[in-house]
Design a binder for this molecule. Sequence first.
Ligand code: NDP
Length: 379
Amino acid sequence: MIDGLGIGHLFELSQAEAIAGFFTPLAVFAVFLLAQLVLPGKRVPGYVVDPQTGEPRTYRLNGLPVFALALAVWASGIAGLPQDWFYRSSIPAVAGGTVFATLFTLLAVYSQPKGTKRNVILDLWNGRVRELSLFNGRFDVKMYLYVVGGTMLSLNALSGAVYHYERFGEDSNPGVFLYAAFFTFYVLDYFIFERVQLYTYDLIHEGLGFKLLWGGLIVYGWLFILPLWGMAAYPDPGFWPAWTYVWLIGTPALFLFGWGISRGANMQKYTFKRWPDRKFLGLIEPEYIQAGERRILCSGFWGAARHFNYLGEGFLCLSVALVFGYPGNPWAWTYFVFIVSFFLWRQIVDDRQCAEKYGAEKWAEYRARVKYRIVPGVY
Ligand code: NDP
């Protein structure tokens, strides 16, 4: 059955290795906690307002140095781990990580006062609080989730690329290396613009329950490389030279196109939130609808569709599906299907929450002005 799925190679661990794999996420969580506390960070005000002080919450950000250190430790091998370990231990790591994320959820939920309307399942899934910081504000739990998740996504992809090379050598699939490069770039970009993350949905709306803890640590960190589970076992697809150029130049171009849209839209919204009257990139005039104290941006990327940033992410996912050169294999599409479904759902939820925040009338005005949800002219 497992062999039929094409992921038999991930079940070739000895019993001792399987146990080590199960506890790998716990060791990773501990090391990252330490690294985030010890490495220097920049304290910045965020977007979310602390209800106790009425002032923006502050965050100590150091994702970039933590990421750089983790990459250096992995690449140098000084921790004594084989470079393909993270990939080879994927299955027990996801099992162990899920158990530990469940324990953290119980801790994050039941250490907080009970809300008024919640039932147990909703408490566990969504959490009771939106923010948790420890060590006198030195450590923010949400930002920690993304530092661990993002860094492990890159390390798991790189580790899978090493596994692939060791298995196929000269006959390796260049698409696998491109795939690892895509995600390493994606995560590096995320850390460079870590402050912009403070203005996004998860920080604004999500609570600290299983959804975010398991999603941020395990889905983001370990399960986003699902396409690789199926594709690392295949060699170079052996296209004709001309088609090889189309594939190896076309997929990175598509990736960069998607990333450009997504990063551009996020930066425009960030610029608008911090400096409402400033032209984005000195070019795009901020046009907005005033809704009481708040402003709904509706020019540039935010005039093309109400969540144009998700379209960029869609192109990026498409490039991930195509980069392996096996478009007929369902494994190649797993990330694409997950992300596209996730964004279709999130856009609907965000639209509803924004209607509440901005007021139904003003939000309806925005919807009339910017008609499409994600894809201009289509949806
Ligand atoms: P957004 O950054 O779009 O954040 C949504 C919030 O932005 C809204 O709740 C609202 O909050 C504000 N907003 C929305 N529209 C407007 C507007 N017209 N004018 C002013 N404010 C507005 O969404 P996400 O956090 O979901 O996504 C951020 C980025 O991260 C995207 O590029 C996304 O693709 C990416 N992402 C990637 C994931 C992945 O797994 N690959 C997962 C999740 C996100 P308020 O009004 O309170 O400011």
